[in-house]
Design a binder for this molecule. Sequence first.
Ligand code: NAD
Ligand code: TYD
Length: 351
Amino acid sequence: MILVTGGAGFIGANFVLDWLAQSDEPVVNLDKLTYAGNLENLASLQGDARHVFVQGDIGDGALVALLLAQHRPRAVVNFAAESHVDRSIHGPEDFIQTNIVGTFRLLEAVRAHWGSLDEAGQAAFRFLHVSTDEVYGSLAPQEPAFTEQHRYEPNSPYSASKAASDHLVRAYHHTYGLPVLTTNCSNNYGPYHFPEKLIPLMIVNALAGKPLPVYGDGMQIRDWLYVKDHASAIRRVLAAGKLGEVYNVGGWNEKPNIEIVKTLCALLDELRPRADGKSYREQITYVKDRPGHDRRYAIDARKLERELGWKPAETFESGIRKTVQWYLANPEWVAHVQSGAYRDWVQKQYS
Ligand code: NAD
Ligand code: TYD
């Protein structure tokens, strides 16, 4: 079996669902269930003996040691993190605790467990660390996309904490020989995406008749990948990645934010037209920019394609349509995540 951390969050849950749709290899899922963790994402696995959920913190060394000893997974896939840049600006502390200290404690527990395995067990074991393109900083308009050789230049407390965790993972390979793999992926979108991030926030606000808050001039560029393509890339790296290596994951879909918002408006105009016959575009509102806002991210994913034969299955057009359709088909999920805590966040960030 494998141990997944953060598997009740957006990407982790999609990964677990896809993993169990494609194989019968069980998953132990360790998640703290912060505001971003949601067992409803995993509702379709209820009663499925292949999925064992454990609520807990990756920073709890004793708990992780117990889970490793009990279940003896052949791999750990680490999704657990605080993941929202705007929240890291309001309060970096949780990011330091989970992303840096938590990853360190997880690595320590995994190192001790790995050290206790026999030779064959050690050779087969993998620790896959899921990271982000944001560790590479911001690109100028004409600069080539980030390769794995790009220097680390994180600009937000979020990206700095992820960069620190990447360095720890690398060091555990070089110093202790821990069999690690790291993936650095571009912005994901798709089902179960918490509506604090750009794409789900815009869909949810549009349908609620609320303003669509575009930061600054809306010309910041992100490189978008459908979440299930990220899951397939992680499966591929886990199966065939070279130990100690880093793989960039992306779909060659660079888009300015305003174009994303207009695309979402056009899809909603088609699939769920406003009662007054006007376009959702009417709701677009330019608001104060994010402090230190990175201008452009772009991922060069050629290493993953060349060495491991991975390619995304979705185009941006097919993926974004599926995403909008998913939100339209799942109003209960949306209503449930918009709890009191969610409303407090929206008030703090957008008032
Ligand atoms: P998310 O915020 O939706 O989910 C994070 C999950 O981790 C939640 O279920 C939360 O409860 C859990 N968690 C948080 N702290 C924990 C702790 N201390 N112990 C155990 N569980 C904890 O995040 P996401 O968007 O699914 O991102 C998952 C990973 O992928 C993160 O490491 C993130 O940095 C990385 N990543 C995200 C994106 C993106 O576009 N969302 C892109 C590239 C990489
Ligand atoms: P986000 O989804 O928070 O991801 P990240 O900051 O990790 O890339 O934001 C994506 C882009 O959208 C980013 O440039 C900030 C911008 N954005 C807005 O313009 N308005 C919003 O309300 C949000 C949440 C983001």
